[in-house]
Design a protein around this ligand. Structure first.
Ligand SMILES: C[S@@+](CC[C@H](N)C(=O)[O-])C[C@H]1O[C@@H](n2cnc3c(N)ncnc32)[C@H](O)[C@@H]1O
Length: 256
C-alpha cells in the first residue's frame, strides 16, 4: 500500500472513531445499490425490455462510484465536458463529451435506468437545463443519485464566494491535483434550492440528506484535513448546514 493511501485510510478510520458516519460515500453506495436493484426488478417485469441495466455517470471525471457495480450493469456510459485520457476509465462502455447545461439530444429519451451526478452540480452554469436533460434521458421510474456541496455550511459559502483568482490558488491545495479544480458556480447549492430545481424538472420522491464531508474531501493534507474536521464538527448538530448534500429522486413511473 502506498504511504499516501495508508495516511488516507488512517484518517478515514479516525473519522469513523469520532462517529462521523455515515460518510457521503456510504450513503451513495446504499442509494446506488437500491437504484440498481429497483432497475433490475423493473426490467424483469417488462417483457419487452432487455434485462441489462443501463447507467450514466453524468460528469464522470476520473472516478465513478458506479464502477464497483460493473458486474450488475449492462451498459455503462460516462459524459463530461472534458475527454478522459485514453484508457483512464476502463469500466465505461462509452464516453461522450457533453455539456449537460446545454440543451442536448446526446441520448434518446428514456435511455437510462440510473443516473449518478457526483459533485458536478456545483459546477453547473444552468442546473435547470442539466436536470431537464437527465430527466429526459431517464426511463420512467428511473433513479437519479446526486451529491453536491451545501452553501449553507459557512466554509462552503466562503469557498464559493471567493473571487475566482483567489479560489484558483486555494483549489489545488484542497484538491488531489490541479486537474480536479474545476470552475465553481453553486447556482442551486442548498437543500431547498436543489429540491425546487429537481421538482421543476419533473422529479418525484426527492430525498435530500446532509452529511459532513469536508474532512474526507480535504484529507490529503494534514492542515486541510484538520480544517475540514473542524468544519464537520461545527455543523454536526445542525443538519441543514452540513457541508454535503446526498440526494435521490425518481422519474415518475409508467403508472404515475
Ligand atoms: C469535481 S469533478 C467530479 C468528478 C466525478 N464525478 C467524481 O465524483 O469524482 C466535477 C466533474 O464535472 C464535470 N463537469 C462540470 N460541468 C459540467 C457540465 N456542464 N457538463 C458535463 N460535465 C461537467 C467536470 O469536468 C468534472 O469532471
Amino acid at each position: 500500500m502506498s504511504d499516501r493511501r495508508a495516511v488516507s485510510d488512517r484518517r478515514e478510520a479516525a473519522l469513523r472513531r469520532l462517529g462521523l458516519v455515515p460518510s457521503a460515500g456510504d450513503l451513495v453506495r446504499v442509494a446506488l445499490g437500491d437504484a440498481l436493484a429497483r432497475a433490475e426488478a423493473a426490467r424483469a417485469e417488462e417483457a419487452a425490455a432487455p434485462p441489462a441495466v443501463v447507467v450514466l455517470d453524468a460528469g464522470c471525471g476520473r472516478n465513478s462510484a458506479l464502477a464497483r457495480y460493473r458486474a450488475h450493469i449492462g451498459r455503462f456510459v460516462g459524459v463530461d465536458i472534458h475527454e478522459p485520457a485514453p484508457g483512464a476509465l476502463p469500466y465505461l462502455d462509452e464516453f461522450a463529451a457533453v455539456d449537460l447545461c446545454e440543451s442536448s439530444d446526446a441520448f434518446p429519451p428514456a435511455t437510462f435506468d440510473v443516473v449518478l451526478s457526483s459533485f458536478t452540480v456545483e459546477h453547473f452554469a444552468d442546473p435547470d437545463a442539466a436536470f431537464a436533460n437527465l430527466a429526459r434521458w431517464l426511463r420512467p421510474g428511473g433513479s437519479l443519485v446526486l451529491t453536491t456541496v451545501n452553501r449553507r455550511h459557512p466554509f462552503v459559502a466562503a469557498y464559493l464566494r471567493m473571487p475566482d483568482g483567489l479560489r484558483r490558488h486555494v483549489q489545488p491545495v484542497v484538491k488531489a491535483t490541479a486537474a480536479d479544480a474545476h470552475p465553481l458556480v453553486g447556482a442551486c447549492n442548498d437543500p431547498a434550492a436543489l429540491r425546487e430545481a429537481l421538482a421543476r424538472a419533473g422529479y418525484d420522491d426527492i430525498r435530500v440528506v446532509t452529511v459532513g464531508h469536508l474532512a474526507r474531501a480535504w484529507r490529503r493534507r494534514l492542515p486541510t484535513f484538520v480544517l475540514g474536521l473542524v468544519g464537520d464538527l461545527l455543523t454536526r448538530g445542525v443538519p441543514s448546514r452540513r457541508s454535503t448534500l446526498v440526494v435521490t429522486a425518481l422519474i415518475p413511473g409508467p403508472d404515475a
